[in-house]
Design a protein around this ligand. Structure first.
Ligand SMILES: *Cc1c(COP(=O)(O)O)cnc(C)c1O
Length: 232
């Protein structure tokens, strides 16, 4: 299947799950995760109407941003781990960052965001799996991070993101998402800027949409298997 056909299929899946779980129609946005994929694949997706792209590696994200500069309506999302020595490149090129989990990174992005650009939209990455994964803050430590980001100029806190450990059944996936769903609803009730819950990948779209996702991050189901992984 072509990339355009895959996008159509994923969008249909999203729509069916919105119906199934009584979510508003079009309340879930599709972020196309294009890490390791060539520019020609992103162009194909763009021609098919895709506008939100997610990248994990700073150098690759910056290169693609530059190469596709003519497509001004692309919304670039950074969804990978952030090393502090690379924060400036992110602050200067991206529209969104999904992976804020350290105070130092939040402060640097705030300082480094060019003033002529709109505020950088940020999500706090939450660790909702029991195993001690290195990324994401625990829910019990969420509020200090929320307050910090709210106090910083040039950043706009939009919500939460998570990458849960894989589960076998949809019911188990939903159970893992439950505390995050609750935390998101609590935050959203008190702050009208909060509108984004970034959960759901190719393997757990339905559980994520059932759990209140407003942005699914889909790579494999759009672009196919990744042949290799790489580091910056
Ligand atoms: C790679 C990646 C995705 C996409 O995963 P697929 O299983 O290929 O859909 C989503 N989110 C993050 C943070 C990723 O690194």
């Amino acid at each position: 299947m072509s990339i355009a056909e895959n996008i159509a299929q994923v969008k249909q899946d999203i729509r069916l799950n919105e119906k199934r779980f009584e979510r508003d129609m079009d309340s879930v946005r599709l972020l196309a995760v294009s890490k390791t994929k060539p520019i020609s694949d992103l162009e194909e997706a763009y021609q098919a109407g895709q506008r939100l792209f997610g990248e994990n590696y700073v150098q690759e994200a910056v290169d693609k941003h530059l190469q596709l500069a003519a497509y001004q309506d692309i919304e670039w999302h950074f969804i990978g781990p952030i090393q502090s020595n690379k924060s400036r490149q992110i602050a200067e090129t991206m529209a969104w960052v999904h992976t804020i989990d350290r105070e130092k990174i939040a402060r640097r992005l705030s300082e480094q965001r060019p003033s002529q650009l709109p505020d950088l939209n940020v999500l706090i990455q939450v660790n909702i799996s029991d195993e001690d994964s290195k990324s994401g803050i625990r829910l019990e430590n969420l509020m200090p991070m929320v307050e910090l980001i709210r106090s910083l100029p040039n950043l706009r806190l939009r919500g939460l993101m998570a990458i849960p450990a894989p589960q076998v059944t949809e019911a188990d996936q939903m159970q893992v998402y439950q505390p995050l769903k609750q935390a998101f609803e609590t935050l959203k009730a008190k702050d009208q800027d909060i509108d984004t819950l970034s959960i759901g990948m190719s393997g757990d779209l339905s559980a994520a949409i059932a759990s209140g996702s407003t942005m699914v991050r889909v790579g494999t189901a759009i672009f196919g298997e990744r042949a290799y992984t790489h580091k910056d």
